[in-house]
Ligand binder design. Structure first.
Ligand SMILES: CC(C)(COP(=O)(O)OP(=O)(O)OC[C@H]1O[C@@H](n2cnc3c(N)ncnc32)[C@H](O)[C@@H]1OP(=O)(O)O)[C@@H](O)C(=O)NCCC(=O)NCCS
Length: 161
C-alpha cells in the first residue's frame, strides 16, 4: 500500500536515484546520474527562510521510497511546484495524484493565491498530469534548460476557501 509522508534526511539517497530515473524517462541522455546527488536533496528538500518555505514529501511502498515532490510557498502569495518524480515502474498508478493532494493542502494552509511550475513541451504525460490538476499554460520558453527542449510555463490559481 502506498503512503505519503514528509521527506527526511535518510530519504535523500533513494530520492536521488528515483529522480534520475524519472527525469531520464523524458530527457534521455541529456542528463547524467552524477547530477542527481543525495546531498542536493538533503540540503534543498526542507528549507525555511524569512520570505519562503520549501517542503518535500515522499511516497513509499512499505520501506521503499517510490516518489518525491518538492513544493514552496512565498510570503507574497505565490507558491511553486519545484519538482516531482515517480519511480518509472510506479508510473500511472495514482501516486503523482496522491503527492499532489499533499501539495495542495500545504498551499491551502499557507494561503497561496497562485502556483507556478513548468514542464518540458514534449513531456506529454506530465503536461496532462498538470492540466488535470488545475494548471493552465501561461507562456513558453524556447531551448531553456537544454537546447532542443522547450518549456511550457504553467500557472494554477488557488480556489478561495
Ligand atoms: C508526471 C508524473 C509525476 C505523474 O505521476 P503518476 O503517478 O505517473 O500519475 P498518476 O497515476 O497520479 O496520474 C495522474 C494523471 O496524470 C495523467 N497521466 C498519468 N499517466 C499518464 C500517461 N501514461 N499518459 C497520459 N496521461 C497520464 C492523467 O491525467 C492521470 O489522471 P487519470 O489517472 O485520472 O487519467 C510521473 O509520471 C513522473 O514522475 N514522470 C517523470 C518525471 C516528470 O515528468 N516530472 C515532471 C517534470 S516537470
Amino acid at each position: 500500500m502506498i503512503r505519503i509522508r514528509k521527506f527526511k534526511a535518510g530519504d535523500a539517497e533513494p530520492v536521488a536515484a528515483i529522480m534520475f530515473k524519472a527525469f531520464k524517462s523524458f530527457l534521455g541522455t541529456r542528463i547524467k546520474q552524477e547530477d542527481f546527488t543525495a546531498e542536493y536533496y538533503r540540503k534543498t528538500s526542507n528549507l525555511k527562510a524569512s520570505h519562503s518555505e520549501t517542503v518535500s514529501f515522499v511516497a513509499h511502498d512499505g520501506e521503499k521510497v517510490v516518489g518525491y515532490l518538492k513544493v514552496a510557498a512565498g510570503n507574497n502569495g505565490l507558491g511553486s511546484l519545484e519538482s516531482i518524480g515517480i519511480a518509472p515502474e510506479y508510473f500511472s498508478k495514482g501516486i503523482g495524484s496522491m503527492l499532489f493532494a499533499e501539495a495542495d493542502k500545504f498551499w491551502q494552509m499557507k494561503k497561496m493565491r497562485k502556483i507556478s511550475t513548468c514542464v518540458s513541451a514534449h513531456n506529454r504525460k506530465a503536461l496532462i498530469y498538470y492540466i488535470k490538476n488545475g494548471f493552465i499554460p501561461e507562456g513558453y520558453r524556447r531551448d531553456h534548460f537544454f537546447e532542443g527542449v522547450d518549456e511550457i510555463i504553467l500557472g494554477r490559481f488557488m480556489k478561495k476557501a
